[in-house]
Design a protein around this ligand. Structure first.
Ligand SMILES: [Zn+2]
Length: 128
């Protein structure tokens, strides 16, 4: 891929990274606030337990979100690494170029659309 296209996708990935980091920081803040609230509110053990109980759905959602965003962050960092190594935009599986259209939609895509579809088909077969 040409230098200027690598630069373009590098910028795109950096923007994406900023967004993801912001989300992760937001989740962390919520968490530390929840923990502070729980710890600061131990006047009665029963209330404390009740608080934790009502929080757990929210906590589960945040754990799921955090997990997802951390995966995104890892994908973005891997893609930035590939830009540095100039292997960016090449399918990990078949070695063909990934279409620019696809990279614009998912700048950290590691597979071309054909291989991605194959992978999804295989995954779906495993589930059945
Ligand atoms: Zn491929």
């Amino acid at each position: 891929m040409e230098r200027e296209k690598l630069d373009f996708f590098s910028d795109l990935l950096m923007e994406e990274r900023k967004k993801v980091v912001k989300i992760i920081e937001g989740i962390d803040e919520n968490w530390s606030k929840n923990i502070r609230d729980a710890v600061g509110n131990v006047s009665s053990y029963a209330t404390h337990l009740a608080d934790l109980g009502s929080d757990s759905d929210e906590r589960e959602k945040e754990t799921y979100m955090l997990d997802r965003e951390l995966k995104n962050l890892k994908n973005i960092d891997n893609a930035l690494k590939r830009i540095n190594e100039k292997t960016y935009g090449v399918c990990n599986y078949c070695g063909e170029d990934i279409s620019h259209q696809r990279l614009k939609a998912i700048p950290y895509a590691e597979l071309c659309i054909g291989c991605k579809r194959n992978e999804e088909r295989i995954n779906n077969n495993h589930k059945q």
